[in-house]
Design a protein around this ligand. Structure first.
Ligand SMILES: Cc1cc2nc3c(=O)[nH]c(=O)nc-3n(C[C@H](O)[C@H](O)[C@H](O)COP(=O)(O)OP(=O)(O)OC[C@H]3O[C@@H](n4cnc5c(N)ncnc54)[C@H](O)[C@@H]3O)c2cc1C
Length: 303
């Protein structure tokens, strides 16, 4: 299934379904940002390879987009080609491996694992976004990181070469994977899981993780999750709150009063306003505590 692309988009290549000047805001959880010069929503391996070849011929910069729940897209748009993975959702089971394509929503993947009597990722229940995005940033929640369940990852180079990577513990760290800040395209991920005899119990565990997020108000307003990584001194949210930013607003972007490391959107805003707010918070925490915060969300496009 292709995403519904807004009317303004001009189709430039029927075979590949590459579209020109496509608004990206509807494809992100913040709901802000400008247009992609070109956008392709690939559905097959062949299409992905052909799309890469098309971009390489034109030497276009490349950006991967999964669920768009950990990115801040520039209001001035994204240069080159954006490849959206959300239609890549196939999966299969080869006990004890669960293998899926990168665009499958992580939450759905956990349900499918449980359906197949496999478990381990329930603490990540309710985490928005795709498997590819979660692997890229080594997503974690409730003391569990996605990395610890990965067996291998099939990825493509920018040139379209398919390779298999086998997980080594040392390659992953807090919110970082061997794919972070590279041009490698995560295609398929194999998770090594534990057998579970009672999937319904696992589903309850997963739903508890989701319910905790809901109770904390994580789904009440558009956001991109935690803005900053936790520094070694403690939770970023604690320092942001102590620096007096809880509830602080700038141009429609607000530091959540429930979780100070979330910037939430309560009205009309822009990516620039969100970005400016994060700079203010960063400066405030540095001045008050001498702690430099590192941004967790990814800045994408012409910043
Ligand atoms: C309400 C809320 C709660 C959240 N809670 C958490 C949490 O508890 N823990 C946590 O870790 N995160 C959390 N997040 C952040 C986010 O959900 C995760 O980081 C998620 O894993 C991102 O996946 P995505 O598909 O949306 O990635 P995107 O935002 O689409 O992309 C993120 C990065 O991954 C790259 N990427 C995506 N797919 C691929 C691919 N196939 N190949 C190569 N690169 C790729 C993109 O280029 C980009 O740099 C939260 C977000 C929200 C909105």
């Amino acid at each position: 299934m292709y995403l519904t692309i807004s009317n303004g988009a001009e189709k430039i290549n029927k075979g590949l379904k590459i579209l020109k000047n496509v608004p990206l805001a509807p494809l992100t959880s913040f709901g802000t940002g400008g247009k992609a010069d070109y956008l392709a929503t690939v559905t097959t391996f062949q299409q992905l390879k052909e799309t890469l070849a098309w971009a390489n011929e034109r030497q276009l910069p490349l950006t991967l987009l999964g669920g768009g729940t950990n990115v801040l897209i520039s209001d001035r748009g994204v240069e080159g080609l954006v490849i959206v993975t959300t239609a890549l959702t196939a999966h299969y089971v080869q006990n004890p491996l669960f293998v899926c394509q990168a665009g499958l929503p992580l939450d759905t993947a956990i349900d499918l694992m449980n359906d197949n009597y496999l478990c381990g990722l329930e603490p990540l229940g309710g985490l928005p976004g795709s498997v590819g995005g979660a692997v890229y940033g080594n997503a974690s929640a409730n003391g569990e990181s996605i990395a610890s369940h990965i067996e291998w990852i099939d990825y493509l180079s920018r040139e379209g070469q398919l390779s298999r990577y086998y997980r080594r513990d040392d390659d992953f760290s807090y919110k970082k994977s061997p794919f972070s800040d590279t041009e490698k395209i995560i295609w398929e991920v194999a998770f090594h899981l534990k057998p579970c005899h009672d999937p319904s119990k696992m589903r309850v565990l997963k739903e508890e993780s989701r319910a905790k997020r809901k109770a904390r108000g994580q789904y009440d307003y558009p956001s991109a999750g935690c803005i900053f990584k936790n520094p070694s001194e403690g939770p970023a949210g604690y320092f942001i709150e102590q620096a007096g930013f809880k509830g602080y607003s700038l141009g429609g972007a607000t530091v959540s009063s429930k979780h100070a490391n979330f910037v939430i959107i309560k009205g009309e805003t822009t990516s620039q306003a969100i970005y400016d707010l994060t700079l203010l918070v960063e400066k405030g925490v540095l001045e008050r505590f001498g702690i430099p915060l590192e941004r967790e969300i990814r800045l994408v496009g012409r910043w």
